[in-house]
Unconditional design. Sequence first.
Lengths: 118, 118
Amino acid sequence: MKQVPTCKSVTVGEYVDEVASCLPPDDKIVDLAEFLQAFGDSSRIKILLALSKRELCNCDLSAITGLSVSAVSHQLRLLRDKKLVKYRRDGKKVFYSLDDEHVEAILRIAMEHIGERK
Amino acid sequence: MKQVPTCKSVTVGEYVDEVASCLPPDDKIVDLAEFLQAFGDSSRIKILLALSKRELCNCDLSAITGLSVSAVSHQLRLLRDKKLVKYRRDGKKVFYSLDDEHVEAILRIAMEHIGERK
DNA sequence: TAAACATTTGAACAATTGTTCAAATATGAA
DNA sequence: TTCATATTTGAACAATTGTTCAAATGTTTA
């Protein structure tokens, strides 16, 4: 950044350092952002909501979401890498499910937040 | 999408329609994705975590996060539009805070999820 | 083995994103 | 009014993203 943060008024400086020192280190910030970013796409939300009902294979997810098999696979890889889903192979199929209760909780709370407004 | 979802094995068709009918309508999916996408950036995570400690103005947020005043303002506009933060003007300053407990809860749960692994 | 089914992968592409910079707007004090 | 401070805005740009398509990889059955 190029602009120097000035903010000359009296209140500044009293709590800025205190809040700044509360922030996690940069690598944790990045992990957090990447984890939450994985929720931030309509295709992935559809996949995650479907998986919140039951374990599903790539092919089923394609039928349910209306996305191509390839698109679903690409998104599942991302969701796997970011630890939102886990999987198990059963013969030709690979069954996916939500990684843990945190993922479910975030979906539920976000639904609540959306539902309340408008 | 161009590829027809086939998935010819026996298990298919039993629950696909059932799960599909559980999914919210498209506009709600989009709202959900846009809300959660707003969490998915390191700069915005820093801003949100800072705001989880206390109400802060644009200028303070710039000092705390190390981002330019302009970059913070652009991100705050997005966070406002997506209903993650609210604000009040006090003289020359505009103080921002988290919109509600849902936003706080999502940050907390995501921190837990990140904290548990590795 | 070959064939069918299911999934994954990589390249390409358009679309979206986050930052910077400069300029504009808003507020309070002199 | 003019000045200083604080915030917002819009254009530009590089960087990232999500999808498609074609090809490759796994797995089971014949």
